[in-house]
Structure formats: C-alpha cells, structure tokens
Ligand binder design. Structure first.
Ligand code: NAD
Length: 421
C-alpha cells in the first residue's frame, strides 16, 4: 500500500477538531465555536500567464483567510497540482490555531495555485507568481495578510510577490511577505526555522519520553525546506538520520546517512543517488515503516493513515508537515503507545520566525541569528510545556491538548471582541 492511501477530507477533519476541542472548553458559548468553524474570506482567482513558447495557460489560485481576531492573517503559499479549496480551508484554519499555540499576534490564512511547478520553467513560475500576486493584492499587505513560503515556493517566489505588490503600491513594502531573501529584508534563520523548530520540540518530547536524543535513529519524509533543515539539526545533535526521501523515493542506511552528502547530491542532481551516498534505495511507503526512534513526516498531508499506522516502527512521530496523520491513524498510534507531537506545535518554528521577520520589517531593524534562535527556542519551549500541561490535566493526547490551547485562545479573543454589530 502506498503512503497516502485512505486519505481523508482535510476541511472536514479540521472542523471536527474544533468540535472535539470545544468539549474541553466549557466556559465558552457554543456560538463562538460555530463562528470559528467558518473561514472569513475565500478568494478564488482564475488568471492567465504566458508560457515560454508564447502560448497562454489559465490557472486557478486561492487565498483563504480563516480568522484575524488576534492579528493579521498569516500563512504560506503552495504551488501543487492538488491545491484546492478544501485543502486551503483546512491549512488556513490550522495556521490560526498554530499562531495561537505559540501566542504570536497573527490569524491564519493559506493560499496557492493549482499547478505543477516541476513541469514549468523558472520564467513561467515567475510570470504565474506575478499575475497571481496582482490578482490577490487588494487582499494582502503587512497589516492585512502576510504570505510566506510553503510547498514548492521559496525565497525567490517571495521576492517576486514582494516586488509585484510594491509596484502596485508605488513604494517598497518588504513586510507584505516573509521568508524573503536576506537582501530584501528577510530574516536570519527564517529558512532553517521550521526544521529547527521540529528539532527543538522533538528534543523536549524525547526528554519527556525519557530517551536520549544522542545516537537515536531518525527518519525524515521530505527533503525540502522543512525536511532538509530538520535533518541537519538532528545530525548536528548526534542523532543517526537513517532514512530520508523526496517525492521520487528515499535512501536508507541503518548506520546513519551522511546528511550533508545526501542533501548536496540532491541539490546537484535534483534527486538522491544511492551510489553517491552509501545507502540503499527505498520507496516512500517503505521509509515510513522503517524501524527508528523518531519519525518526521515533512512532506504532505495524509501520509500516515489507517493503512500504514499499524506497521509503523517508531517510538515517536513529530509532524513537520501539516496534516500528515489522519484521525484514524492518530487513534491507532495512540493505542500502540507511539507518542505524537502535532503539526500546530511541531512545525510552528516557521511562523514564529516569520513573525520576527515581520516585526523587523515594521521597525526597520535587524536581529542577529543568535537573537533569533534564542527567542525561537524560548517561544517553542513555552508552548511545548503549556501543551504538555493541558495534556496531563485533561488526560488527552498532545494533538487534542494543542488544539485546546490554540482554539481556546482564539475563542476567548472572539468573545472579548464581541459579535458586530
Ligand atoms: P518543499 O516544497 O520545500 O518540500 C517538500 C518535500 O516533500 C520535497 O522534498 C518533495 O519532493 C517532497 N514530497 C512532495 N510530495 C511528496 C510525496 N507525496 N511523498 C513524499 N515526499 C513528497 O515544502 P516545505 O516547505 O518543506 O513543506 C513541507 C511540509 O511542511 C508541508 O506540509 C508544509 O505545509 C509544511 N510546513 C512548511 C513550513 C515552511 O516554513 N516551509 C512551515 C510549516 C509547515
């Protein structure tokens, strides 16, 4: 069975999580939970872009703004063939809870374009990005909604978005996106932030699980922004990264891979080459079932399902990706005693450093990488202990506890602002 089979509708899954969390938040009016099950605004744009051969292609782009009660909307932009409204709704909602779990003043949004960037040239990606940004620019901005990189988008795409938005305004607006190149007002440590955060919370969870991180075996699905930065952090801390993959498959070496060599090979050849790295080739389905201490899904949603959860051989799952585990798989893992650190806590390092980038842009000053990392660790550690305390008090798993913390903070903010008019 391939990873991803038995996948669930993400929007329904996200709404049912609100219902589950509300059961642990008795002081809040049911109508408030009803309100936060809905997105505030759903922008769908159909737009043309020119291909290199001069022909014109039509694209569909989305920006879903879930909730901005606690601050401007914030969330990534994804370029992928599976991008659709339901996926964007779920990812936007999870952004709202994530910002609240780490207690930064943002709401949640998500966007992207349904496309296959692997079939497009850089020039075609630039044309599509610029026209998409132009179409959604009435709805984004440093005080309204601040996009960031997600699957298949990167600092260069953010630079094109910032440039297009700035041209429309008539002056430079660096704070409209985060995850920009350093030269354009990006923050030190932003590129590594999500993977670094995954490592920080994994280290806390290992300490709680009473096992030593040094020498532990780590498997990482996905070798993009999140997966590659996480792999480097685990390797630097003395862990053995025994497996890593991308969309085409993975590499496995039970003694531990040379992470730098593997990532360098992928960068040069755009894929993993087993001969260059001293490893055997495996499929993504096999990778998820490798024996290890820590499994980090850092690719896409719906990877750990009822079909493969009974076969996982890890002690702990730390979710680098958003929504990689289905609710059925969650229960199976919990019954099997495999602990899980949920996405809205585990991968929150990205939005935390995006917040730092936005603050630096608004204040027109720059922090050092040391300052960034120290503040990142402080915020994630606090969130980890807050989630852990709720899990112990309510006798629930870490995912439910994180949702109770995040949804509880948003619901309380909605209650305080009241219902207009
Ligand atoms: P990316 O595009 O940089 O990397 C994605 C990686 O996953 C690539 O190596 C790709 O080959 C691989 N992949 C794609 N589809 C796959 C499949 N079906 N099976 C196995 N591997 C597959 O994206 P990213 O920014 O690293 O994002 C990865 C995940 O982390 C997404 O769920 C994203 O929403 C989440 N996330 C990203 C950030 C961030 O700061 N970039 C922050 C929080 C969460």
């Amino acid at each position: 069975m391939e990873a991803g089979e038995g996948k669930v509708n993400l929007a329904r899954m996200a709404v049912s999580q609100v219902e589950k969390a509300s059961g642990h938040l008795p002081g809040i009016d049911a109508g408030i939970f009803e309100k936060i099950k809905y997105t505030r605004r759903e922008i769908i744009v159909h737009f043309p872009a020119k291909k290199d051969n001069g022909s014109v292609s039509m694209f569909t782009g989305y920006r879903v703004q879930h909730n901005d009660t606690r601050g401007p909307f914030k969330g990534g932009m994804r370029y992928h063939p599976d991008v659709d409204l339901d996926e964007m709704r779920a990812l936007a909602m999870w952004m709202t809870w994530k910002a609240a779990v780490v207690n930064i003043p943002f709401g949640g949004a998500k966007g992207g374009v349904e496309c296959d960037p692997r079939q497009m040239s850089q020039h075609e990606i630039e044309s599509m990005t610029r026209r998409f940004t132009w179409e959604i620019s009435p709805f984004i901005g440093p005080e309204m909604d601040i996009p960031a990189p997600d699957v298949a988008t990167n600092p260069q795409v953010m630079a094109w978005m910032m440039d297009t938005f700035s041209i429309r305004k008539g002056y430079s607006v660096p704070g409209v996106v985060t995850g920009k190149p350093l030269e354009l007002g990006g923050s030190r440590g932003r590129f590594e932030a999500t993977g670094r955060g995954v490592f920080v919370v994994a280290a806390k969870a290992a300490k709680h699980g009473r096992f030593s991180l040094a020498g532990s075996r780590v498997v990482i699905q996905g070798a993009g922004n999140v997966g590659s930065a996480a792999a480097r952090e685990f390797a630097r801390a003395g862990c053995r990264v025994v497996g890593i993959s991308d969309i085409n498959g993975g590499l496995y070496n039970p003694k531990g891979l040379d992470v730098e060599k593997a990532l360098d090979c992928k960068k040069r050849s755009r894929c993993f080459v087993k001969e260059e790295v001293d490893a055997e080739e495996i499929t993504n389905a096999e990778l998820l079932e490798l024996e290890c201490d820590i499994l980090v899904p850092a690719a896409m949603e719906n990877q750990i399902t009822a079909a493969n959860a009974p076969k996982l051989r890890c002690r702990m799952v730390v979710e680098g990706a958003n929504g990689p585990t289905t609710p059925e798989a969650d229960s199976i893992l919990s019954d099997r005693g495999i602990s899980l650190v949920p996405d809205i806590l585990a991968n929150a390092g990205g939005v935390v450093v995006s917040y730092f980038e936005w603050v630096q842009n608004l204040q027109e000053l720059f922090w050092t990488e040391g300052e960034i990392t120290e503040r990142l660790i402080r915020i994630l550690s606090k969130a980890f202990y807050e989630v852990k305390a709720i899990a112990e008090k309510e006798r629930v798993d870490m995912r439910t506890a994180a949702l109770v913390l995040g949804i509880g903070r948003v619901a309380e903010a909605v209650r305080l602002r009241g219902i207009f008019p």
